[in-house]
Design a protein around this ligand. Structure first.
Ligand SMILES: Cc1cc2nc3c(=O)[nH]c(=O)nc-3n(C[C@H](O)[C@H](O)[C@H](O)COP(=O)(O)O)c2cc1C
Length: 395
């Protein structure tokens, strides 16, 4: 099956799973502990129903959104996802290209394989950069300098990785590559020959290009990855580092991973221009609530002072619509983008955008909301809104 034939994101997930060896697919799909986080995120969206309004002229529909002074053609972008070269060589640049062509943002991960400079050449006006705080703060300062020199306008600082998590699938699979891979894992990988050939043809493990200049001279991909792991997560990251990044970064600053209203207030006080309410797709704290469930309280605290966005669990246009109705200005995809690009490269990245765009468009039409501005809390229904059944006397 070709990616063009994928009907929905779930089709792309299945295609991604077929193409990748288990060790790589499990890194994308897996979360921590019992992996309840993804279920929680999905359940959060499903608590809401979308209320249609009929006999409205929806002949022309427009899903564009203006965010930080730039108009994007859809209210979603590709969020940051690390080590993507493992899933398909060059996949970050493929997402960047698809994002540019579709006029949506692409956020390069702080653990990317491609470099900021390479992505900026491909998508100069659509590239954002995500930063992880490092133990050696001068590396962060240099990454910010490079992102700014490359023309990046929006920086996303991720705050929800204070410690490395224990992802049980990765432990079982030996994902960290520090131990010898079990024969069963190697045998399973050999059943995905297209991936194996590409991996070997490109010289094995992909390099973290942004980090290579800070590791010891001549370090290979594994040594650079080990160096990155020794720096990130920074064990003692606090608000002080965020304030430093604010001072260093001349452009727009978004804080990713905020889940509490008081943290949102503090981020705004520290100079954040935007907040991405996120639980990292359930990959950090398994029992965390869904971002969609925390959103109203955060919105009440800071919604009039900053730009609020949302990610985690988005697989359908209706998830995006629900997020916008709750009050999010914009949304980001994590795994959905990875499924597409891993399954089918550039065409797969394009297919993700097409699918979600079409779903958004049709849902907006069905709901009598021709523009994103028409989507609001009045379009949502939950079981709390159940009206009592009235018993009428027989006539
Ligand atoms: C394989 C993978 C790698 C990720 N790497 C990063 C990263 O480097 N930086 C970051 O801020 N978030 C990272 N994330 C989290 C995503 O940006 C996003 O918050 C999350 O995937 C959203 O949930 P979803 O996958 O259900 O859409 C990663 C997620 C996945 C699945």
């Amino acid at each position: 099956m070709k990616v063009e034939q994928a009907v929905n994101i779930e089709d792309l997930r299945r295609m991604c799973q077929r193409r990748l060896p288990r060790i790589a697919y499990d890194y994308i799909e897996g979360s921590v502990d019992d992996e309840r986080g993804m279920v929680t995120n999905q359940a959060g969206f499903l608590r809401y129903r979308l209320l249609p309004r009929y006999l409205v002229d929806v002949g022309k529909r427009d899903q564009s959104v203006t965010l930080f002074g730039k108009t994007y053609s859809s209210p979603f972008g590709f969020g940051p996802t690390g080590t993507m070269g493992l899933f398909r060589r060059g996949s970050e640049l493929m997402l960047a290209k698809a994002a540019r062509e579709a006029n949506i943002p692409y956020v390069m991960s702080g653990a990317s394989n491609a470099s900021i400079e390479a992505a900026a050449r491909i998508a100069p006006d659509h590239l954002w950069y995500q930063l992880y705080s490092a133990s050696n703060q001068s590396i962060c300062a240099d990454l910010l300098r490079r992102a700014n020199d490359a023309g990046v306008k929006v920086l996303m600082v991720t705050v929800d990785v204070p410690v490395r998590t224990r992802r049980e699938r990765n432990i079982r699979n030996g994902f960290n590559f520090q131990h010898k891979l079990k024969p069963s894992i190697v045998a399973e990988a050999l059943m995905h020959p297209a991936w194996v050939i590409e991996y070997l043809r490109n010289g094995g493990a992909p390099m973290l290009d942004n980090w290579a200049p800070y590791a010891k001279p001549g370090a290979n991909a594994m040594e650079v990855a080990q160096f990155f792991n020794s720096e990130v997560p920074a064990p003692a990251q606090t608000w002080r580092e965020l304030e430093t990044f604010r001072k260093l970064w001349p452009g727009t600053l978004v804080v990713k991973g905020i889940m509490r209203p008081e943290d949102a207030e503090r981020a705004v006080a520290a100079g954040a221009d935007g907040i991405l309410v996120s639980n990292h797709g359930g990959r950090q704290l398994d029992r965390a609530p869904a971002p969609i469930d925390m959103f109203p309280a955060i919105d009440a605290a800071v919604g009039d002072k900053t730009t609020l966005m949302l990610d985690s669990g988005i697989r359908r246009g209706s998830d995006i619509i629900t997020s916008l109705c709750v009050g999010a200005k914009f949304t980001f995809l994590g795994r959905a983008g990875l499924y597409g690009v891993s399954a089918g490269g550039e065409a797969g990245a394009r297919r993700v955008i097409e699918i979600l765009r079409t779903e958004l468009d049709l849902n907006m039409g069905q709901m009598g909301c021709p523009t994103v501005a028409d989507l609001g809390p009045d379009c949502l229904w939950t079981e709390r809104d159940l009206a009592p059944v009235v018993r009428r006397p027989a006539v």
